[in-house]
Design a protein around this ligand. Structure first.
Ligand SMILES: *[C@@H]1O[C@H](CO)[C@@H](O)[C@H](O)[C@H]1NC(C)=O
Ligand SMILES: *[C@@H]1O[C@H](CO)[C@@H](O)[C@H](O)[C@H]1NC(C)=O
Ligand SMILES: *[C@@H]1O[C@H](CO)[C@@H](O)[C@H](O)[C@H]1NC(C)=O
Ligand SMILES: *[C@@H]1O[C@H](CO)[C@@H](O)[C@H](O)[C@H]1NC(C)=O
Ligand SMILES: *[C@@H]1O[C@H](CO)[C@@H](O)[C@H](O)[C@H]1NC(C)=O
Ligand SMILES: *[C@@H]1O[C@H](CO)[C@@H](O)[C@H](O)[C@H]1NC(C)=O
Length: 511
């Protein structure tokens, strides 16, 4: 069934081949050397110290970015090797997808995620990755990378892609550590290359300018973060542009943007770039807090064990079930996904009557027949005995949460209970909505559907009047507005909230 992409192969010129092989050879050699070196040092488990000249200043300035940075930047650590392999794998995932070799792309992505999980677990527990953990992953990833090399598709693409990576490696040598962290893990997103480039520049800004960090400290200590007279919004994302559009569109459509507080949680890799972006652009005086998921000490092993079983959804996605825990002092928040655009004033949401419910959400059963039986396995008695299969579904993406009612109803424990019941995926397969439907069952207040219009990421035929009247539009689906495959007629709705003349964005798209 899976043919080698023979049709895609082009006549090959020797000189091109030679350059490709030398590049790949270099990567492999470097990997091998690192592996052997580390293996020899394996007796003592300490991480090798960094050479002072390149990193001393970084370490001094950046201690609040988590310690895992030291580990991943160490020339001899497994974390570093994994990161480098991921870089290479990412290039081949892109190439494989472009040539429709979906099976290989899938295999590579799956190994990619294994590596990522290993890295984030090591970051969480704060210990280096061991040979036992890394060995099998590195080996199987190598063999896949060799397989990808073997198929080498289109020579020109390969060269271009490799060149991008090599440029990045050189750039990294200059600004040292951050870039390796950024570059290694960032590869995860399916964002265009220009965005990676901007993010690397922002990461350098974050390191270079102590004023940014002073500003961030000020915000961290601001009483506004816990002031229940203000309007609080939360979003959990590793997508900088998406997050920026959400924040910018929200503040652009309210009368008093200074009364808004945004609580962003991201991962360690995107933390610096996000801080640099939000602190150096104008968001009309709104307060914007950025936190690192890996630094939540209460987010312990049980969360990761639960989440381990959900291979395709990221841990950040499931943070939504822990909102009262993340913001113990807050009473109400609006939760936004990173693929929405806000078009109207959202503050009236905070005074809507929820009738004692926890979650205000738009329902989805009217037009699309999205009822509980669509999402959950009703052949299973634990589901059929407790839930009505005809109950109306609702949507995540723009929700108003009453956190007092949430705590009273123990919604987080309900979520954890259902996640445990779902070991093996017999109750539902993927995503945050099915456990959401269970955890918020009987606790959801239907909102007028104009609050939240969905489908802009898959449905090209949404009524334009409905879009225009919507307070929030949601690009749920695969055709995200920041991707090439986004639906063209909807893209301007998103793009108008991003300042493309920002130097980092401009320089990255033109080169
Ligand atoms: C980093 O690790 C060292 C020892 O491994 C520890 O003393 C230090 O407190 C850590 N720093 C942070 C910010 O966690
Ligand atoms: C994880 O945290 C929960 C509560 O936040 C606690 O009940 C549990 O004992 C913790 N587990 C571990 C392994 O620390
Ligand atoms: C929530 O949990 C607390 C203690 O864990 C318990 O006392 C209370 O009855 C629970 N409330 C509900 C509605 O389940
Ligand atoms: C649904 O649940 C039943 C009963 O536990 C189980 O036999 C079946 O395999 C489940 N279906 C799926 C698709 O997991
Ligand atoms: C925010 O959106 C406005 C349009 O409302 C745009 O002019 C501005 O450049 C955007 N700001 C950023 C930082 O993207
Ligand atoms: C867009 O960015 C440029 C460069 O940073 C800045 O001069 C300009 O004021 C920004 N425009 C808006 C509308 O925010």
């Amino acid at each position: 069934m899976k043919r080698r992409a023979a049709d895609n192969r082009r006549p090959v010129r020797r000189s091109l081949w030679r350059s490709i092989w030398s590049v790949l050879g270099l990567f492999c050699l470097a990997g091998l050397v690192l592996f052997v070196v580390h293996h020899n040092h394996n007796g003592d488990r300490t991480v090798q110290p960094l050479s002072e000249d390149t990193t001393a200043s970084f370490r001094e300035e950046d201690h609040q970015v988590f310690n895992f940075t030291d580990e991943i930047s160490s020339d001899t650590s497994f974390a570093r090797q994994l990161a480098e392999q991921m870089t290479l794998a990412k290039a081949y995932i892109i190439i494989a997808k472009e040539h429709n070799n979906l099976h290989l792309a899938w295999e590579l992505s799956s190994k990619f995620r294994t590596s990522q999980l290993l890295l984030s677990r090591a970051a969480m527990r704060g210990e280096p990755i061991t040979l036992e953990e890394a060995g099998p992953v590195i080996k199987s990833m190598s063999s896949l990378i060799f397989k990808a090399q073997d198929l080498h598709y289109d020579i020109a693409t390969t060269i271009t892609t490799m060149r991008t990576h090599i440029q990045a490696l050189e750039e990294r040598a200059n600004a040292a550590v951050v870039q390796s962290v950024v570059f290694g893990q960032l590869a995860a997103g399916s964002l265009p290359k220009s965005v990676h480039c901007s993010i690397i520049k922002l990461a350098s800004d974050w390191l270079q300018y102590p004023t940014l960090r002073n500003l961030a400290d000020e915000i961290r200590n601001s009483p506004r973060l816990v002031d229940n007279n203000l309007y609080h919004f939360c979003l959990f994302s590793d997508n900088l542009l998406g997050t920026s559009v959400v924040v910018n569109s929200t503040v652009s459509n309210v009368d008093h943007p200074k009364q808004l507080v945004f609580h962003i949680v991201t991962n360690g890799v995107n933390y610096g770039p996000m801080q640099a972006w939000f602190l150096s652009n104008d968001f009309k005086g709104a307060t914007i807090e950025v936190q690192i998921m890996e630094e939540f000490s209460w987010l312990n092993a049980s969360f990761f064990d639960i989440s381990h079983h959900m291979k395709t959804s990221s841990l950040l996605n499931h943070l939504r079930f822990y909102i009262p825990k993340i913001y113990p002092q807050l009473e109400k928040v609006v939760f936004l996904d990173d693929d929405v655009v806000v078009q109207k004033e959202l503050t009236p949401l905070f005074s809507l009557e929820l009738h004692g419910n926890v979650n205000g959400a738009v329902e989805t059963c009217l037009e699309a027949f999205h009822r509980y039986y669509k999402y959950l396995n009703f052949s299973n008695p634990i589901i059929s005995s407790k839930f009505d299969p005809q109950a109306c579904g609702w949507a995540f993406g723009m929700n108003i949460f009453d956190l007092i009612a949430w705590r009273k109803a123990n919604v987080t424990s309900r979520y954890q209970y259902w996640q445990k019941q779902n070991k093996g995926g017999t109750l539902w397969k993927l995503g945050t909505l099915p456990p959401g439907l269970l955890a918020f069952y009987g606790l959801t207040e239907p909102l007028d559907r104009r609050w939240h219009v969905q489908g802009l990421g898959f449905d090209p035929n949404i009524d334009s009047r409905l879009i225009e009247s919507a307070a929030v539009i949601h690009f749920n689906g695969n055709m995200k507005p920041w991707l090439k495959l986004g639906i063209e007629k909807y893209k301007p709705l998103w793009e108008r909230y991003i300042n493309m003349s920002h130097p980092h964005l401009r320089d990255c798209t033109s080169s």
